[in-house]
Design a protein around this ligand. Structure first.
Ligand code: ADP
Length: 168
């Protein structure tokens, strides 16, 4: 226990783009951590299918949390455990929407614990309104011209409109 050092949590993901569900989880995390780093992972596989590049994703996240000094955004390559160790974070936050998320999340949490025993993974559940929401669904609906304004912040909506040419 260290009463002086702030408790830093890392919330990793692809955030392509950040949705209201992600936002809800990051803000909830402030109830248990002093600082939250929203960490955008760039891996070779994600690069191929990504709608927004990592720089754009980080910039959208910075805009969404411009009002909250305790949440910042960064990107990382390589192992999450290495990133957390470097950042001085012993806490990883993940969101659980439904049972379908559980198996993968459980495996990953256990693997990360094997890789670095000082890391704890904490799962948070979102507001019920966001429990069905995923970035891939948002991309798909926006791509087809559907209204996703309830699921992303206005700044992200603008980026989606530009990306898919949805602006009248
Ligand atoms: P997505 O699955 O939407 O592409 P990410 O891969 O960026 O999202 O997910 C990062 C983390 O955020 C994961 O733990 C994921 O389960 C969680 N997450 C994503 N969307 C939501 C949501 N609507 N509610 C709660 N957690 C979520």
């Amino acid at each position: 226990m260290n009463a002086v050092r702030p408790l830093v949590a890392v919330y990793p993901g692809s955030f392509d783009p950040i949705t209201r569900g992600h936002e809800d989880i990051a803000r909830r995390c402030l109830r248990i951590a002093d600082e939250v780093i929203v960490a955008v992972a760039h891996t070779a596989t994600q690069k191929k299918s990504a709608l927004f590049d990592v720089h754009e994703r980080v910039s959208m996240i910075d805009t969404v949390f411009a009002d909250e000094p305790r949440i910042r955004c960064a990107s990382f390559e390589g192992l999450l455990v290495d990133y957390c160790r470097d950042a001085g974070a012993h806490l990883v936050i993940r969101g659980l929407r439904a049972v379908s998320d559980f198996e993968y999340e459980f495996q990953m949490a256990q693997m990360n614990q094997e890789l670095w025993s000082e890391l704890e993974t904490v799962f948070l559940t979102p507001d019920v309104n966001y429990s069905f929401l995923s970035a891939s669904l948002v991309r798909e609906v926006a791509r087809l011209g559907g209204d996703v304004s309830a699921f992303v912040s206005p700044s992200v909506l603008n980026k989606l409109d530009v990306a898919f040419g949805n602006r009248g």
